[in-house]
Design a protein around this ligand. Sequence first.
Ligand code: DC
Length: 225
Amino acid sequence: MSKNIIIAIDGPAGSGKSTAAKNLAQKLGFTYLDTGAMYRTITYLALRADVVDNCEEVIKIAQSVKLKLQTDNGKTRVFADGEELTEEIRTPEVNSKVSEVSVIPEVRVEMVKIQKALGESSNIVAEGRDVTTVVYPNADIKIFLTASIDERANRRFKEYQAKNENITIEEVKANLEKRDKIDSGREVSPLRKADDAFEFDNTGLTPLDDLDYLLEKIKEVLSSK
Ligand code: DC
């Protein structure tokens, strides 16, 4: 039986991982897996229950909730115990707490379990912070996507503007810098470039440029296997 193909993409917030992974998945007919959406959902549920600073309670949520992710028309829809939380998980409040929730080892164990199972059942393009290092150490292709902090802040700011969120570019940049620091500095599964990943800095490039480059690179890697 042939093994599923796993394309894993890690990188800091705003580096364009979601767009690149989604576009690749669509082009290749693979399942798209947004692992950040899972950590965001746990964070949102903890915020709503007013327990986000209580580690034990956050762990209980992660261990008991039934998460479902599905991609419709290029958009990841998230459900927790059947309740759709697609929009709720992308607010500044969730952004400002999600890195703290994702440092909790027991939360990571639960999320990684689900992610590994998905990788065993279909060809996937997965993106996150530890998919090239911890979740899929044997991924067929590993990509470390990055861009300058100003470019990343600008991208996120535009997304907020489109949603009429009341936030300044300075606040967006400060939040990204704080998240970068926590995501890369944490003890458990920190964001880092895997030794066998190739790094791609897409500062100044468009999502279509990313797609062209990555498809070419993937073809090259798969044909040399
Ligand atoms: O990719 P994103 O911005 O939606 O991710 C939100 C947060 O979730 C990110 O700041 C760190 C955390 N995360 C993680 O710890 N591990 C992952 N595989 C994906 C996301």
